[in-house]
Design a protein around this ligand. Structure first.
Ligand code: GAP
Length: 430
């Protein structure tokens, strides 16, 4: 299977099985937007939950926030996003008037009609909007979640009294008016970021940066991404964001695309807190137990949810020759949207259906992500569950009615074993 075919198959499976649909599809779509179906939202939530558990719940030095998407416009002046720092180079074809991102073009003529390209302009990626009935207060849909953290720095310090080093984490939507959204959900105009700002003393930044590099590797391990599909890249020169003194991206080897950014780790210095202090007039200092107040420096590990999801789908998409060839998603039990599916052997035997329903309802009490399926034959049902990555299938047959045993089938090996219903939850090992 070539890499191009693999990505086409993943995109098609994502649609067919209810993971990801084109945004506003019935109206012909809206470029750069995607809608998540029942399984897509479950997978996305599982990724976000794993991130939150790893970096907020399991750590005593990181605090969560959920700031507003709409913020005072001065936030973006202070952060530098309204200026030249948050723009992409735009060129327009003088003939067909189509617009392109200049740094993505392979030659100096229009890729659509071959016409001559006009002068390069800086195109700001923020979506502007107006707040209130008067329409005279400008705001933006946030292009990153980080600023919601910085503007709440004092609130968290004053209420939680953390000791340096400590972090503030947030995940949520971000919006960028990308000139050329592409590669499925990889470059969208509306997407989600999971990020945290880790505040440190300036002299500690290098050692803390290294610790975060390690923490990111551990997190990608827990997503099930193999290390040979990942590489660190030192971001240099004009690719470095306007706020960063050092950035190391982690790139994933996306099928049909090659290595590209999955996450970034940036040393933002004291740029943001200092700028907000200047713009707002509010002190953004931290007071140590001993010594004078100072503005901390910050290390920022940031992850794109959609890019993590695309990497997880790519890594888990598997074809093997079980039966007459099958497709399955080798998702970890933690990430799988559905953990177990319950089937009656036959749909037209009420006693089997009712026993299967009973088992399904009982399982739901301990494992909410259970699916009941009585459509088609058992082989077809296995196929459907394989394609959505369900680790276990349980079949209720006539023996179940006699001796309360069921057939438990393992997604990866296809192996089936007979077990007592009383041992089922333990055998699922979720
Ligand atoms: N606060 C830092 C920041 O926003 P970024 O590298 O611009 O850094 C963070 O974006 C992450 O968001 C990236 O590492 C990438 O995974 C994801 N991302 C960026 N632009 C995206 C887009 N247009 N569509 C989907 N994900 C995107």
């Amino acid at each position: 299977m070539t890499d191009n075919t693999k990505i086409e198959k993943i995109v098609s499976l994502a649609k067919q099985r209810g993971f990801i649909f084109q945004g506003s599809e019935i109206y012909g779509g809206l470029a750069g937007t995607w809608d998540y179906g029942p399984l897509g939202v479950a997978l996305k939530n599982n990724i976000k939950r794993l991130w939150w558990d790893t970096f907020v719940e399991k750590r005593s030095d990181i605090y969560g926030v959920d700031a507003a998407i709409l913020m005072n416009e001065k936030v973006w002046d202070a952060s530098g996003h309204t200026g030249a720092g948050f723009t992409d180079p735009l060129v327009e074809c003088t003939k067909c008037k189509k617009r392109f991102r200049e740094d993505h073009l392979e030659d100096a003529t229009c890729p659509s009609c071959g016409g001559e390209l006009g002068e390069k302009k800086d195109f700001n990626l923020m979506f502007e909007t107006k707040v209130g009935a008067q329409g005279n207060q400008k705001s933006y849909l946030r292009p990153e979640t980080a600023q919601g953290i910085f503007v709440n720095f004092k609130n968290v310090v004053d209420t939680m009294r953390p000791k340096l080093p400590f972090g503030i984490a947030q995940s949520g939507k971000a919006f960028r008016n990308e000139i050329a959204p592409r590669d499925f959900v990889f470059r969208s105009r509306e997407f989600e970021i999971m990020e945290l700002e880790y505040f440190v003393e300036e002299k500690e930044w290098e050692s803390e940066f290294s610790k975060w590099q390690e923490a990111i590797w551990n997190w990608t391990d827990s997503l099930g991404l193999s290390r040979e599909n990942l590489r660190e890249v030192e971001v240099e020169g004009s690719d470095l964001a306007h706020y960063s003194k050092r950035t190391v991206d982690l790139e994933y080897n996306y099928p049909g695309k090659g290595f590209d950014e999955l996450s970034g780790l940036a040393y933002r210095t004291d740029h943001d807190l200092k700028s907000h202090q200047e713009e707002s007039g509010v002190k953004m200092t931290y007071t140590p137990v001993e010594g004078d107040p100072f503005i901390p420096h910050v290390i920022e590990p940031t992850f794109g949810v959609e890019r993590a999801l695309m990497a997880v789908l790519s890594e888990s998409y598997t074809e093997d020759d079980l039966g007459d060839g099958r497709v399955f998603l080798k998702l970890s039990k933690q990430l799988a949207p559905i953990k177990v599916a319950v089937f009656p052997l036959m749909k037209n035997k009420p006693e089997l259906v009712s026993k299967a329903r009973e088992v399904y309802e009982e399982l739901r009490e301990t494992i909410p992500q259970v699916m009941f399926d009585d459509n088609g034959n058992v082989g077809k049902r296995y196929r459907r569950q394989d394609e959505i990555g369900t680790p276990w299938c349980v079949t209720i047959d006539f023996d179940t009615l006699e001796d309360n045993t069921v057939t438990l089938r393992d997604r990866d090996t296809g192996e089936q074993k007979r077990i007592a219903l009383t041992a089922l939850v333990e055998a699922l090992d979720l």
